[in-house]
Design a protein around this ligand. Sequence first.
Ligand code: FAD
Length: 328
Amino acid sequence: MSKNILIIAEQRCDRVQNVTFELIGIAKELAKVNGAEVEVLLMGHNIAGQVSDVVGYGADRVILVDDPCLASYLTEPYAQAATEVIRERTPGVVLVGASSIGRDLAPRVAARLNTGLTADCTKLAMNEDGTLEMTRPAFGGNLFATIVCPDHRPQMSTVRPGVMKKCDFDASRSAEVVHKEIAFAPQKIRLVEEVKVCSVVDSIEDAKILVACGRGVGNPTSIEQAKNLANELGGTYCSSRALVDACVIESCRQVGQTGKTVRPECYVAFGISGAVQHLAGMEDSDYIIAVNKDENASIFNVSDLGIVSDANKVLPLLREEIEKLSRA
Ligand SMILES: Cc1cc2nc3c(=O)[nH]c(=O)nc-3n(C[C@H](O)[C@H](O)[C@H](O)COP(=O)(O)OP(=O)(O)OC[C@H]3O[C@@H](n4cnc5c(N)ncnc54)[C@H](O)[C@@H]3O)c2cc1C
């Protein structure tokens, strides 16, 4: 058993997904504790061009499984390839993104390897003896549970997208690339058709500025103003679960424990109370501005700047000021 950390990369539509780079970022930090190496398993078809992306973000070694059977994500061949590679490489830790693909793949791989899996982690820490402390929200986000896997290896964890920080990209990095052939078992499942949904929604995880609306700005005029404000600031809008449940804002824009985790440079929250489940998704933002008419609202506990006022009045004033600045 090696002490290395292996990341199962996620690539879709010919692009390695951001969560993979974030996992490399945290793996580099963990690896410093016990001198481990960070390996990335890249699976797909005609994906050699993506190797430089994972290397640039910090992979020490790339295990490349390039096969027509892996052209589209299917549970069986991906689980077979990942299991075989892990058995051969014997990493001490395996990290997978807690995306829809990762959530499908990781438990199957863990079961085949007869090891445990801590799902949906928001924090990871490495002990000098190689024990990984995996922390995730529990009991509806009201407490955080730290879980270890003392008796089985590898220690496996899925990690929420947007939580960990990726390293700066370094195009001059190089790494060993190991090509691995897999004799795939006959497929029981055949992909009949793949329908790509072209999302017109800009990703809230990638935005540098987020304007967030909560129940306190539940009227259509204010929500429209918040969207415009986000646009003028060069960012995008998001919301608490209250407005998603009310079908006012799309679910892909929900921030929080059951939504997305974001860490923009600036998060502006209008009429959001700051429930623990919401804070779990945004409290690591660089700068948080909150507008709430209740001076005791919990959102102020995590805010850098708090405005105790009616959000419906602040929104037009703020837009006016920004318009003045952009004209100046
Ligand atoms: C298992 C579980 C998972 C959950 N996951 C999530 C999640 O992922 N994301 C999430 O957001 N929530 C989540 N929730 C729900 C969460 O507990 C809260 O109910 C939700 O975040 C509340 O949204 P809110 O702050 O918009 O609304 P409220 O809690 O109703 O707060 C509205 C706030 O607006 C203020 N306000 C009212 N009028 C104005 C005004 N005119 N101007 C300024 N301020 C005003 C009020 O003072 C209040 O603080 C989850 C709950 C559970 C149990």
